[in-house]
Design a protein around this ligand. Structure first.
Ligand code: TMO
Length: 316
């Protein structure tokens, strides 16, 4: 009898300890939203998965570079698309300061760089080599750029350093920043009818690859330090004289207090991993099918239950 009571008490204590460890805070998990479609849809996808996991979720629109500082401070809980090319530097800087953790890589391999639709090659047959591109800069000239070529870079917050690269490699191009991702697609779309040569910033995985076959310009290969040490890269006196990583990572990051405050949600985040085709499809649902991001996420989740159902912890 005495033994039985003791066992019950210790079983209870164990159950209580387990429950308090497993219970996530009911405070909302803050998920940041940026200015390109896959990130917006993926954030809604993971937000809806966390809601299915029993969590409360809140979305905030934030700058895609400043977000790493917000995560470090715990104002934002996670980032689902840390692209090596665009955000590697801000992410590394935040890691060094502390307060943010690397929650692992997606399956996806990424690339972000100068890109052209395939018809451009007819006017500039030496492509994809960057020197060949520079030799036919005049093919890309517009009223706005005079006798230099026009390169439409991404929105400024993606920090693509197009102007620095043009200077570092002494190229005959004028770099113009697009106001939005939509402006990049409009530029390609407008050139399509008469197969006008254009060169714009683009990335993969993205919906664009299914719509417009094309290629990235091959710049001097990325080497670590190309954005920090002038000696790295072909121009010994300049930063940014390399292309972006051609096989870049796509990481997840989180506030370092997340695992303790929302252990179950953190366990889900650790399992989250998407492939190139899955991410391209998320973007397509908005950029081609013109769905709202939350609807796009709902449909994506319906179509891909086998991908994510297993990520939700059975205990919660
Ligand atoms: C950060 N981005 C994927 C738009 O290059």
């Amino acid at each position: 009898m005495k033994t039985k009571i003791l066992m019950t008490a210790s079983a209870l204590a164990l159950a209580t300890a387990t429950a308090s460890y497993a219970a996530d805070s009911s405070d909302p998990i803050v998920i940041p939203i940026h200015n390109w479609s896959s990130q917006i849809v993926m954030s809604n996808v993971v937000g809806q998965i966390l809601e299915a996991n029993g969590n409360n979720v809140e979305y905030v629109t934030t700058d895609s570079q400043a977000v790493y500082e917000s995560i470090r401070l715990g104002d934002v809980t996670m980032e689902l698309e840390v692209w090596e090319g665009a955000f590697g530097a801000s992410f590394r800087a935040a890691l060094e300061k502390g307060g943010i953790v690397d929650v692992g890589d997606h399956d996806a391999v990424t690339r972000e760089d100068w890109w052209y639709p395939m018809w451009t090659k007819e006017a500039c047959p030496g492509l994809p080599d960057w020197k060949a591109l520079n030799d036919c800069a005049s093919v890309f000239a517009t009223a706005e750029t005079g006798d230099k070529g026009r390169y439409l870079d991404g929105p400024v917050d993606w920090l693509k350093h197009g102007k620095e690269r043009v200077e570092a490699l002494d190229m005959d191009f004028v770099v113009i920043n697009a106001g939005s991702a939509a402006a990049l697609w409009a530029e390609i779309g407008a050139a399509e009818a008469d197969k006008k040569p254009v060169v714009v910033f683009n990335w993969t995985p993205n919906f664009a690859e299914a719509v417009w076959p094309g290629e990235f310009v091959e710049f001097p290969a990325w080497e670590d330090g190309c954005d920090k040490d002038p000696a790295v890269g072909p121009n010994p006196d300049a930063l940014y004289d390399c292309g972006n990583p051609a096989t870049g990572y796509l990481k997840k990051a989180a506030w370092d207090g997340m695992a303790e405050k929302w252990p179950s949600a953190y366990a889900v985040l650790e399992k989250v991993s998407f492939t190139n085709p899955q991410i391209a499809e998320m973007a397509k649902k908005v950029d081609v099918d013109e769905l709202e991001p939350d609807e796009a996420a709902e449909i994506w989740l319906d179509e891909n239950e086998d991908v994510w159902k297993g990520w939700i912890s059975s205990g919660s």
